[in-house]
Design a protein around this ligand. Structure first.
Ligand code: M5T
Length: 621
């Protein structure tokens, strides 16, 4: 029985596996393929340095292995095979290609390099379709590669030698066999297991589908227009429904021993259940597909930031993938793919000379830049990403009570208590700083605050807003009041400027410690993070400390109808559902809060990016 129908396409053909590897033979025969084995005599001695990437080397070696067998069989047998399959597996670590060890010392060197680290296993595969014309061999090669990441545990010398003495490493790329004793060395893998063992069966089947069931021309045309990759599933295919029996060769649709493949399917004219006739296909859902792919784009950005790709590329000089890969300690083929994705997303510029940052990436994505959003991105990767995996239960239960839909886990993510580690704290402070830099200026200039000579920014973090206030109002002295855990990290984010001298930092808890005296209190992005009882407690304290005529400036995201149509508003709307302790409030609710606590004459102004500013004046009690 053949689970993958496309393998049935090969049943009528003379298929040859050009490999001596017992693993490849086993994988393919377990899948139900019938084939002969003719090991290749091609010497694996291509000059590795002449290939732009390790996978290009593996693919070319696979191609040469298969072609050598095809040529030899054609000359000797006079009965040319229909299909010859060649493969080559290599291991790459820190830009170095490892093949099979030549002796035990070599195996030791390889395994020591892999010890405790991640590496890539890449298998190149070539599928050679052969035909004979007037005694001449004609070949058409299709090739691909698959990459899997493997992580080794920290292994002792003793264990490494014990493994080497078992004899297992000697005929295996990288000096180990994941399918046997070597499995014990491996902490985790990402990707196709069989690819590590020596043959990427899943990708092979997909490739056969591509060859034997090519997409209809109209789909190809549309896909090209919309730059959406074709769907690559090999399920639900049968000879009858596909109507093709031979592989297609690119646009030309050339076949080997039958009519050319790749032609259009017969377009029926009967209306289908969805109301469209097959001859008049519905509009291509490009926007929808872009939306479906949205999370991949975010994750690509997160990964590039995590690897600090943008730091490596902050100089103007373009760099090649291979150099970047070694600087970020990642596989060349993986890095190259990620770089290409970043270029497609407009985060990098790609030219013949290599890759380099765009202006905007230099500004926002380099980790130590003044306007860096690196910490904010990392925060999203580590916390928000996880949080959003709970969206379905939050929506089902419709609660943001913390112990409701999300349980303790989500509470931990938004840290009700003290932040867990210094590193976490620093990241949170950096994330807040990056965001505050974006919103500080419009918030500081939403109203004329020149009548105040002192201000206190409660929960003002690194002082991004405080500095903008001090810059805008030359006689204003600003105190930033925040938790000791936050103030501790503030110096990391300070830049020199004439306003610096008028900004001071004070550590304290605004729910417990006495608040500094000031003519203007500022609460920017604070209240939405607290439930009503805490908000009232805080506003009562501010109100008690404020003399008549003192101001209270609130800056908050306000979910009014207009805002919800904008994307940031949408995201915040979902955030609010997921946050365990905070609360979304309308403009009217914030206004009422101010008035309830003795701040009258409330003015409202937009503060940019979906934020609103409210300024109330303390009336005499
Ligand atoms: C990482 C790993 C590799 N291998 C074997 O390593 C050989 C690679 O060498 P190759 O040059 O690609 O193939 P070959 O064995 O020389 O055969 P050939 O195709 O004739 O060149 C293949 O055997 C693979 O299974 C395993 O069995 N398990 C593993 O975890």
């Amino acid at each position: 029985m053949v689970l993958c129908p496309v393998l049935g396409k090969l049943l009528q053909k003379r298929v040859v596996l050009a490999s001596a590897s017992p693993r490849r033979r086993e994988i393919l025969s377990n899948a139900g393929l019938r084939f002969e084995v003719v090991p290749s005599r091609f010497k694996e001695k291509l000059d590795k340095a002449s290939f732009p990437t390790p996978y290009a080397y593996a693919v070319e070696t696979a191609r040469q292995k298969a072609l050598e067998v095809a040529n030899r069989m054609h000359q000797k047998d006079l009965r040319t095979p229909d299909v010859v399959i060649g493969a080559d597996t290599i291991v790459t670590v820190s830009g170095l290609i490892l093949e099979k060890p030549v002796d035990k010392q070599d195996a030791y060197r390889m395994l020591s390099r892999l010890n405790g680290k991640e590496h890539s296993v890449c298998t190149g595969v070539a599928i050679v379709h052969c035909s004979s014309k007037e005694g001449q061999l004609d070949t058409e090669v299709s090739e691909f590669y698959e990459e899997t990441t493997v992580k080794f545990s920290d292994l002792s010398e003793e264990l490494l030698w014990e493994y080497i003495h078992s004899g297992e490493p000697m005929d295996k790329a990288g000096g180990y066999g994941i399918q046997a004793l070597g499995g014990m060395l491996v902490e985790y893998i990402q990707g196709d297991f069989l690819n590590v063992v020596g043959f990427p069966l899943n990708h092979f089947c997909k490739k056969l589908v591509e060859l034997y069931y090519p997409p209809r021309r109209e789909d190809l045309r549309r896909a090209r227009q919309d730059s959406i990759p074709p769907v690559d599933s090999f399920e639900n295919l049968s000879d009858v429904e596909a109507g093709h029996s031979e592989p297609a060769h690119g646009e030309a649709g050339r076949g080997w021993d039958g009519p050319g493949a790749g032609g259009d399917q017969q377009a029926g004219s009967a209306p289908k259940a969805d109301g469209y006739r097959t001859a008049e296909p519905p509009p291509f859902p490009a926007d929808l597909l872009e939306l479906i792919d949205g999370f991949k784009a975010s994750k690509a950005l997160f990964t590039a930031c995590k690897l600090k790709l943008f730091d490596v590329l902050k100089d103007e000089v373009p760099q090649k993938a291979v150099d970047i890969a070694s600087k970020v300690d990642a596989s060349v083929c993986g890095t190259e793919r990620l770089l290409d994705v970043c270029a497609t997303l407009g985060l990098l510029e790609k030219s013949d000379r290599g890759y380099r940052n765009t202006e905007s990436s230099n500004l926002y994505l380099v980790s130590d830049g003044e306007h860096s959003l690196h910490d904010f991105i990392m925060y999203n990767d580590q916390h928000t990403w996880n949080l959003f995996t709970h969206l379905e239960s939050a929506v089902r239960e419709g609660t943001n009570q913390g112990h409701g839909a999300l349980g303790r886990k989500a509470q931990d993510l938004f840290q009700d208590g003290p932040l867990q580690s210094k590193e976490d704290q620093l990241r949170c402070v950096g994330a807040t700083h990056g965001l505050a830099k974006l919103t500080a200026r419009p918030a500081a200039t939403a109203f004329d605050l020149s009548r105040f000579s002192s201000a206190c920014d409660l929960g003002g973090c690194t002082g991004a807003l405080a500095r903008e206030l001090a810059r805008e109002y030359p006689r204003l002295q600003v105190t930033v009041f925040d938790l000791p855990d936050v103030i501790e990290h503030v110096s990391r984010f300070q830049r020199d400027g004439p306003e610096t001298a008028r900004v001071r930092f004070l550590a304290g808890d605004f729910f417990r410690d006495s608040l500094p005296r000031a003519e203007l209190y500022v609460l920017s992005g604070v209240l939405h993070g607290w439930p009503d009882d805490r908000v009232h407690a805080l506003l009562r304290r501010v109100s008690d400390g404020a003399g008549p005529g003192a101001g209270l400036l609130l800056v908050e995201a306000v979910p009014d109808a207009e805002d919800r149509e904008a994307r940031p508003g949408l995201a915040r709307c979902l955030d609010a559902l997921l946050r365990p302790r905070g609360r979304e409030r309308s403009l009217a609710q914030y206004r009422r809060l101010l008035e309830q606590h003795g701040f009258g004459d409330v003015q409202v102004a937009p503060a940019g990016h979906g934020l609103a500013a409210l300024l109330g004046t303390r009336v005499a009690p």
